[in-house]
Ligand binder design. Structure first.
Ligand code: NAI
Length: 252
């Protein structure tokens, strides 16, 4: 089957892969033939996903690191390259949301959300580049958000939107710089996807968001994983610097 062989033998790293969208991306890449590094700051959830992949006959390594810390990111890449020999695909997915209004957010909260949602992508892309430039190939997908285009989300606030807007600009800049080395860099801006991140949403807010969407239903983590699969596959070899809305027609 196409999906089983399309990425056969490729080495992939997914950050924040212990649950939600990241977990589904990791499982999808494993089903498509990748050996997958499962990063998460939560050891138990990362271990569970890696075990799920191994139980299904795949290869996986658990990488428990906080991706907002430079030294941790370095160690994480060293570990996956030592285990599997190289790095072909990176999906920067780890993220947090903060619901404080702009006028209430503290400096500490601001720094944390920028560190986890934006600085982590800078650190990971830069470290990935050090390997991918040399091998003259690679695919990077950064998970931003429609909130990065709207200047805040339905759930999040200005800080979250700012961090995700930064991911969009970073993606385009890195795509330009790594393109000559055969490395494709793209971003996905998910809309409303059913995960723990959106659990606390009120029914009223839910109805408002669904009302504004063409498809009138929330997305599933699999919807994002399928878009990632396309972008890291040879089918998307001529796509770079693209910011892809996967949002059921929310942003149009
Ligand atoms: P989630 O909260 O279910 O999962 C996020 C995962 O990232 C968790 O396993 C968490 O432990 C991990 N993580 C958090 N900080 C980390 C760190 N510093 N280092 C390593 N791992 C860390 O979230 P969900 O919904 O799966 O979101 C995944 C990505 O998609 C995030 O970047 C989020 O902002 C983005 N997104 C989600 C949307 C949604 O509707 N669920 C919409 C738009 C974007």
């Amino acid at each position: 089957m196409l999906q089983e062989s399309i990425l056969k033998g490729k080495i992939a790293l997914v950050t924040g892969a212990g649950q939600g969208i990241g977990r589904e991306i990791a499982l999808t890449l494993a089903q498509s033939g990748c050996k997958v590094g499962i990063n998460d700051s939560n050891r138990q959830s990362a271990t569970n996903v890696a075990q799920e992949i191994i139980a299904a006959g795949g290869s996986s390594i658990v990488l428990v690191h906080d991706v907002s810390v430079a030294s941790e990111v370095q160690i994480m890449y060293q570990a996956i390259v030592q285990e599997f020999g190289q790095i072909d695909i990176v999906v920067n997915n780890a993220g947090i949301i903060l619901k404080n209004a702009f006028c209430e957010i503290t400096e500490e909260q601001w720094d944390r959300i920028i560190a986890v949602n934006l600085k982590s992508v800078f650190l990971s892309c830069q470290t990935a580049a050090s390997y991918m430039r040399e091998q003259r190939s690679g695919k990077i997908v950064n998970i931003s958000s429609v909130a990065g285009k709207k200047g805040g989300g339905f759930l999040g606030n200005t800080a979250y939107g700012t961090s995700k807007a930064g991911v969009i600009a970073l993606t385009k800049g890195v795509a330009r710089e790594l393109g000559p080395f055969g490395v494709n860099v793209n971003a996905i801006t998910p809309g409303f996807i059913e995960t723990d991140m959106v659990k606390s949403m009120t029914n009223e807010l839910r109805a408002t968001i669904l009302g504004g969407m063409a498809l009138k239903r929330p997305g599933k983590p699999r919807d994002i994983a399928n878009a990632v699969l396309y972008l890291v596959s040879p089918l998307a070899d001529f796509i770079s610097g693209e910011i892809m809305d996967v949002d059921g027609g929310l942003m149009m």
